[in-house]
Design a protein around this ligand. Structure first.
Ligand code: GTQ
Length: 367
């Protein structure tokens, strides 16, 4: 190109910048990348570290309208640089919540969807639009978007659970709304644990619900006893090559994901099981219900044991290994329902090396 034209083009670019216009001929590759481009890093938190700090907050912080929830959340280190607070992945938030005997976490509602996965203790409940579901370890409890919810505790020991919300997703869509309820406790409605009596198997629908619409899920709680039994039955068949024996929690009326936007999965890895590596667009956050092993993410070994949490970023190679004597159960949340809805999901198998990555590094957790 002639020199004068080059110079004129340079000047055009400067002129464009001044009026907030952009030259696509230079930026197309940054905008429309050949593969997912993101800054979500994989990370792992040890349970002792989270629990220690959470109990400290239990001694220092009282619940009320000034501090509605006692939660320590998992912050993706690289996203913090961009001020993306509460982003565990680009779409998902995970927190760990502590409720002490006698406490009430006051009622509110928000446009984010939420799920709870119970880790420790019993006697606490989540009330969704007034219907209380009592918590037991390993249960999944839904709080569909914009439903009123409060948590209370009638037991004697601290109760700890995992919160999963679609914070990043809702923020990027500029769809966040929040409203406190006028009183601490939303008026009690329906029998306690009502949804689990009504839909105990998830496969049978009471005739009184024939006209009920599919959303939100009529089933609010998925009991660990049931999930565990389902996985045991599934273990009589061949495992999934990438996830071992694994189930998605579903809405019994739609057959789709239990929560509309947050995918929830429980997987069982039997002793010695080593899954094949693959990658997919959807991101996930894992909680180790029990067992020990490791997950290799993009060549880095993340060693886990009971209670730990770890982040699987989008489009990252990963495979799981159970190194323990017993079964390992991994609970995870993901943004697969959104990826599927928007037709963005893709999956790719790792074909080199018999389907397994080489380990190039071992992640050292900060304690
Ligand atoms: O318990 O309602 O971890 O609203 C974050 C936001 C928990 C809750 C979180 C919330 C809640």
């Amino acid at each position: 190109m002639a020199d004068t034209k080059m110079k004129a083009l340079e000047r055009l670019k400067e002129d464009l910048e001044k009026v907030y216009l952009g030259p696509l001929w230079e930026k197309l590759g940054k905008m429309v990348t050949p593969e997912p481009d993101h800054e979500v890093v994989p990370y792992l938190w040890k349970w002792e570290t989270i629990r220690k700090h959470l109990l400290e907050a239990g001694e220092l912080l009282r619940l009320g309208r000034e501090s509605e929830r006692r939660v320590v959340y998992l912050q993706n280190p690289s996203l913090l640089k961009h001020g993306l607070i509460g982003y565990s992945t680009n779409t998902l938030y995970v927190g760990v919540q502590l409720l002490l005997p006698g406490e009430v976490a006051p009622a509110h509602r928000h446009s984010q969807s939420a799920i709870r996965f119970i880790i420790e203790g019993e006697g606490a409940y989540t009330a969704v639009d007034g219907e209380r579901t009592y918590m037991e370890r390993g249960d999944l409890i839904l709080t569909p978007a914009w439903t009123w919810h409060d948590h209370g505790h009638e037991g004697t020991e601290p109760v700890i659970w995992m919160d999963g919300l679609d914070v990043g997703l809702v923020r990027n869509f500029a769809g966040s709304f929040f409203e406190p309820y006028s009183e601490d406790v939303f008026p009690v409605a329906g029998p306690h644990n009502g949804s689990t009596f009504k839909y105990s198997t998830g496969a049978l629908r009471p005739v009184t619900d024939r006209k009920r619409k599919g959303y939100p899920s009529p089933l609010i709680a998925y009991k660990w006893k049931t999930t565990k039994q389902v996985l045991e039955n599934l273990s009589k068949l061949d495992p999934d090559p990438y996830d071992g024996y694994a189930v998605d929690y579903i809405n019994p009326l739609t057959g789709r994901s239990a929560d509309l936007r947050i995918g929830t999965t429980m997987q069982k890895l039997t002793p010695g099981m080593h899954t094949k590596a693959h990658r997919h667009v959807h991101s996930a956050v894992y909680h180790v219900l029990d067992g020990e092993g490791y997950t290799i993410i993009n060549g880095v070994k993340f060693e886990w044991s009971k209670g730990d949490f770890f982040i699987l970023p989008p489009w990252s190679w990963h495979e799981h290994v159970n190194t323990g004597e017993g079964d390992a159960h991994l609970f995870s949340i993901n943004d697969l329902p959104i990826m599927e809805l928007l037709d963005l999901e893709r999956e790719e198998a790792y074909n080199k090396n018999g389907g397994h990555q080489s380990i190039i590094d071992v992640f050292q957790p900060t304690l």
